[in-house]
Write a protein that binds this ligand. Sequence first.
Ligand code: PDD
Length: 277
Amino acid sequence: QIVYLNGAFMPIEEARIPVLDRGFIFGDGVYELIPVYSRHPFRLQEHLRRLSTSLSSLRIPNLYDSAAWSRHVEELVKRNEAEDQSIYIQVTRGPAPRDHAFPAHVEPTVFMMSNPLITPPASLVESGAVAISSQDIRWDHCDIKAISLLPNVLLRQMAVDEGAVETILFRDGMLTEGAASNIFAVDKGVILAPPKDQHMLPGITYDVILELAESEGIPVDIGYFPEARIRSADELWMTSSTKEILPIVRLDNTPIANGLPGPIFKRMYKAYQLYKN
Ligand code: PDD
């Protein structure tokens, strides 16, 4: 496994960062996860644009322009074996003596690794997945792809402990997203999606889904949806760069509609599989 660290490619065993890196001490950094299909990074420019937005939100300088980022990502893909990869990019504020406020002189740490991309198996797509729900206990800047993911980690573990794949979050009674995914519902043939505000991550897959819905001629309603409307929906889906689009057929031990993946899911899944290749 070859990784990229601060300008150089090396085996992962050789990659070292200082213990005073603010990513380690404060979780002071951002990340991206880019799926690669048949050695081709999916929606690379969109991921790089979101990375740039996350960096400027935290006032961390972006060391590379999109052409340089693209070259480094493509080189990393080339140096790793799998045809389908997930590229993880992490940029932290860098190493500095511990002080909460930003240090005056600091160089960001740039790290990238590639892992084989593991998408949900066909059996799970066919049967549908199980989810639980929770209050959204996160902060007010969920639109930043920050590496400080403690609430997300705890919320996802809650799902795993219950034998579920995801925890669906409600803030003030309204759907936001999942612990590590965006959530869509379907009600009477209309796709319901929360708006891209500060309470959710603007998913790259979310955008793909809205584009595909438009080309499939399926209406979309973007808004704030109360918990009861989500629980009584005809379909529920989660989307992310690694889960793609996955149907959720039970929520907190209650079936969604008849407890089977719905017809609009099946259309969107097919459209997504065609689109990604
Ligand atoms: N997570 N919301 C949250 C909180 C996420 O962590 C993710 C993705 C998404 C979906 O975004 P996208 O479609 O751009 O992958 C939404 C990644 C996969 C992760 O943390 O591994």
